[in-house]
Design a protein around this ligand. Structure first.
Ligand SMILES: [Zn+2]
Length: 333
């Protein structure tokens, strides 16, 4: 897989342009922003991280997570996600153009993994229930359905347009935020949540709410970004993953572990299976000559040898050093 397969560079740049203009229309007045503690470990000990498009990011000195503070309040974020141009562009153009590649490279393997995880947790594998949090277009719902192994496949999606789109295709959708889930609403064997955690106002509360959607012993399969990953560390303020107000929580692997515990889970597995770190750095260097280059990455590039890069990416995966992190956790009772 290459970055361009799932994030064509011209579309990604357009998305970032729109995000910057959205910031002017939605967040030029920051008086209602809220100072927060570390979203991963709740510590207030921090140092300055960076400023990006006028948003301040702090580094937690307790767990090394990077997080936006002060950040827009919940109502501001809700309004942003319902009506902003960058979100609309992501949903219409961006996602649409990459749907085939995303389905094959991302969502089919995710559905298979979710199936495996739910089977491990359930004696009677003829009656499995999956809930996908932030189901969007319903790609995970499609692929989970296609396995033919889930009795119920449910999406939780606050956005009305996405929700009605999936309802028209016959899916069971709860059109509200995960934070509004009540215990016993769903009782799923497995909850999935892909690339949502970095966006939410309060990750601990968000995870505790997903826990409400799981039955006893239910499991969560989650992916997010981590600041301890290679491309983010190398590119830092030039990293497109640090795009406010979309990405507010870019936690360390250690921070994510602590967060899962605080949210009421036992971590069964945490890994960084990302495939794109080096590709992302090389693309950023090619696109923006103004970026100060890492000497080490220059050496990697000069090798001009696919095998070196492939081995290097495997090394990142193996040692929890890729920026794409995946967690499997179990609800604690
Ligand atoms: Zn922390």
């Amino acid at each position: 897989m290459k970055e361009a397969d799932i994030r064509p560079l011209d579309l990604f740049n357009k998305f970032i342009e729109l995000s910057i203009s959205d910031i002017e229309s939605f967040f030029s007045d920051k008086t209602a922003f809220v100072e927060v503690s570390c979203p991963a470990c709740d510590s207030n000990d921090s140092e300055e991280g960076l400023i990006k498009y006028g948003f301040r990011y702090l580094i937690c000195t307790n767990c090394d997570s990077l997080y936006c503070s002060p950040r827009p309040n919940i109502l501001q974020l809700e309004s942003f996600y319902q009506t902003s141009k960058s979100v609309e562009f992501w949903a219409s153009h961006f996602y649409h153009k990459t749907v085939k590649a995303r389905r094959k490279l991302m969502f089919q393997p995710r559905a298979q993994l979710a199936l495996k995880i739910s089977e491990q947790n359930h004696d009677n594998s003829s009656n499995l229930v999956l809930v996908d949090v932030g189901s969007g277009y319903g790609m995970l719902l499609d692929e989970a359905q296609a396995t033919g192994r889930f009795t119920r496949v449910i999406g939780i999606e606050p956005n009305k347009d996405f929700a009605s789109m999936c309802i028209r295709r016959g899916f069971e959708i709860i059109n509200k935020s995960a934070e509004d889930l009540q215990p016993n609403d769903v009782n799923a064997h497995v909850a999935t949540c892909f690339e949502v955690l970095e966006h939410v106002y309060n990750p601990c509360k968000f995870l505790a709410s997903i826990r409400n959607g799981l039955g006893i012993g239910g499991r969560l399969l989650l992916t997010t970004l981590t600041v301890t990953g290679f491309d983010i560390q190398i590119l830092w303020e030039n990293s497109k993953s640090l795009t406010p107000p979309h990405h507010l929580n870019i936690m360390s692997v250690d921070g994510i572990r602590r967060l899962m515990q605080r949210g009421g889970y036992r971590v069964l597995k945490i890994e960084t299976p990302g495939k794109l770190d080096l590709d992302i750095v090389l693309n950023a260097y090619q696109q923006n000559e103004g970026i100060e280059r890492s000497r080490f990455v220059n050496i990697l590039m000069s090798k001009d040898n696919g095998q070196t890069n492939e081995d290097f990416q495997r090394f990142l995966q193996k040692h929890l050093l890729s920026s794409h992190v995946r967690v499997v956790a179990e609800r604690v009772d």
